[in-house]
Design a protein around this ligand. Sequence first.
Ligand code: SIN
Length: 515
Amino acid sequence: MCPPASEGARHRVEQDLPPSRESNAARVEQSRLALRRADLFRQQAFVGGAWVSADEVIRVVNPATGGLLGTVPRLSQPQVIEAVAAAEGARSAWSRRPAAARASVLRRWYELVTTHADDLSRILTAEQGKPLAEARAEITYAASFIEWFAEEARRVYGESIPAPAANRRITVLRQPVGVVAAITPWNFPAAMLTRKLAPALAVGCTVVLKPSELTPFSALALAALAEEAGLPVGTLSVVTGDPAPVGEVLTGDPRIRKFTFTGSTAVGKRLAARCMDTVKRVSLELGGNAPFIVFDDADLEAAVEGALISKFRNTGQTCVCANRILVHEAVREEFARRLVERVATLVTGDGLAGVTDLGPLINAAAMTKVRGHVEDAIGRGARLLWGGHPLDRPGNFHEPTVLTDVTPAARLFREETFGPVAGVVGFFDEAEAIALANDTRAGLAAYLYTKDLSRATLVSEALEYGMVGVNTGLVSTAVAPFGGIKESGLGREGARQGLDDYLDTKMVCTEVGVG
Ligand code: SIN
């Protein structure tokens, strides 16, 4: 679960500097971006085809240095309403364009994102903190959603149903829902946008997007490239601002017919409830608490590599990160020893300053949560095998950490840590592993390692999760449906299914003049 962004905003106020020192600090941070296309770093919002400012700004900090990276407008509610009006105004013309014409705009956008991937990666690392190689991978991942949905735009098929009477015809149309509001998180400032924007635009919806105020610059750069690709005025707006007032408009305005959110479970539930006043379609991608199960017949080397990818991707800040590493008692000590050996090689640091494996956490609140989880687990009898402490340097850095003997009562087991802490829990048999894995209200991703095909099949079926990785620690791809069950969300993103949430089903029953 991504911590609420307002916690980050509070952290920033503590770091306020006088205006002149502040703009010098921002110049230093911005010069480190070293962009080929400096105009991709935008400090204005994009409303109805215009780049706009506001009376107040939100300050955005590089989590690796604590330095001010830049500012974005704190839009007022009337400015957000203007974006909704622009989306409503653009809706009809965009939805009536042939699918192939919409697809070719998306295709141009994909090509521009790919061409400017280096610049986009540097902006992403500066605002979010992930290592540059990971930011590059995220831009590729983000672009893959645009490419995929540009192709899928041409395949929005309806149905013809045999009618119960000779003089009737029944057809089923699939039509765009209309104006979409999207709120996206800070942990994937590019890919979580395109995963929503691309299917919405592909089927003919228009979108008002609010990116996280912690990481707005990737969204604005992507919007600049979408504009360059020829997306018509009003089709996409990017509104920057505080979560509460912007969220109030996006969940309340009756012209918005669909609301899509990726972020924390607590915030998602509140926003979804508000959407019911105007009965909007809702999709939610919320927090996980992923079990990573290693059976005693697993290839241990592969399992350790999978755990590294799954646990430490984005410094542990993904909703699909392994959160509880469940290992059969027969191999637990050996697995933990090998995991520590690999974790000891990970390099933590500022992704713009050198080659790194791990970056900073997003803010002070995230550091507090991670420390709380480590201390709580140790307090309940866990053994610290590696790391365990914040790093004494600027930015929000925490050592990659390995604990074993973690008990199911620990916060590490019960809550999503969203940080670089691997907690190993032992089990004795398959039934216990499944029971431990399912002992949560979350149901996003789960992983299992075994060489036994029947076990892999049966355990996958028994796991109460929307996604299961078998002998792999990474399941995410544009071509597969991503999403959770239980309290992890509603709807699917990516794949053929990713279009469904942006389409209404309309049945047309026609009486024809036969005999
Ligand atoms: C997420 O953490 O929300 C998304 C991760 C992914 O797409 O792999």
